[in-house]
Write a protein that binds this ligand. Sequence first.
Ligand code: AMP
Length: 420
Amino acid sequence: MPVKYQKPRGTADALPEQSAAFRNIEEIFSAEAQLAGFGQIRVPTFEKTALFARSSGETSDVVSKEMYTFTDRGGEDLTLLPEGTAGVVRAFLENGLAGEALPRKLFYFTPCFRYNRPQAGRLREFHQVGFEIFGADSFLAEAELIAMVNRALKQIGIGDAVTTKLNSIGCRECRGEYKKALVAYFEQHKDTLCETCNERLYKNPMRILDCKSPECKTVAKGAPVITDYLCAGCKEHFNALCALLTDLGVNYQLDAGIVRGLDYYNGPVFEFVTDQLGAQDAVGGGGRYDGLVEELGGQPTPALGFAMGIERMALLAEKCGCKFPKPDAGRLFIIPVGDETRPRCALLADAVKAAGISCQAELSTRSLKSSMRYANKAGFDFTLILGEDEVKTGRFILKDMKNDRELSVGGESELIAVLK
Ligand code: AMP
């Protein structure tokens, strides 16, 4: 029979096993956050549309083509988060964190929504873990973030499959000169560039470096590189960062093609890429965005951050054969014999769980044989059959499902001791 309802295109269900892989990744990043003093922030899943137009830039793909925007019943123009940073900056300002001690370090987990063409590794709803630092202008901040990501990837087991790519896109001043040089270069190749890149040639020529079309990629290879146009300040910051990363043992590659898709970046930008996920090669990325807090109405505040795609990290982990702890089937399954003992099963299960041991009582009124079959399939370590006799004598027979043996235990506390 065909399934009546199917999930919307570009979305995914994560069943318990996959959720366990996601949670494992989340726990690794949470632990890193704790070590470096990042506090978790939870912001709404939708924001006023104007926030993204303002922060991400009207010419970015995310804003111009990919946002899930709608008008609610009250006529408010809203958008599901396409990324995490804008909402965090909004919350940082709205809650007065800008007036507290800086730097302030925040991290988050959020679903993101982008209306794009779904393919392997590219969804319309996906999840990110992101870290942001506000009020830090030193290159030490970038180095801390990049080293942290590398440590987390190593713990997940995908460290060797991911390369850190690094570039600097300079400040407004360096970019002015650079953009002129880029326009002059791309003008000579107008006929080869795709339609979109022709449109952005004068509005935002750096985007062309980010284009995925093979023709544009080839043209982009010969383009002037931003690092030749950095001002003294940007150059110094970038060189110091590179030197520190080397000292920290971070394996990185300089790549002039890393420009990031959003308008708010400046200075060092980075991406964590893999060659094992086909076209969707970025597992994460970030950089400095010194102008964004001011753009959204705050005082000038140097800031930076990164976001990693949780599904892509999990996909890569699977490709790399990483083993995550499987969701626990359960230690004990208690099966009643006869309706009278059912409540006793619930009481015993409750006591075992109170002792911190996973335990389930049979919730269905099926036969003993079906219950046993279920316990076997579900993978419980032990089963316990509770009949009138057991209730009367207070002795239980504990069946060890993995080792095919039986143990006789006298009462609740001995049972708990044995299971522990
Ligand atoms: P971005 O803000 O585009 O750099 O995204 C940061 C990370 O989120 C990427 O490196 C991916 O790992 C992940 N990501 C971005 N877009 C998608 C998508 N459509 N589906 C799944 N993951 C995505």
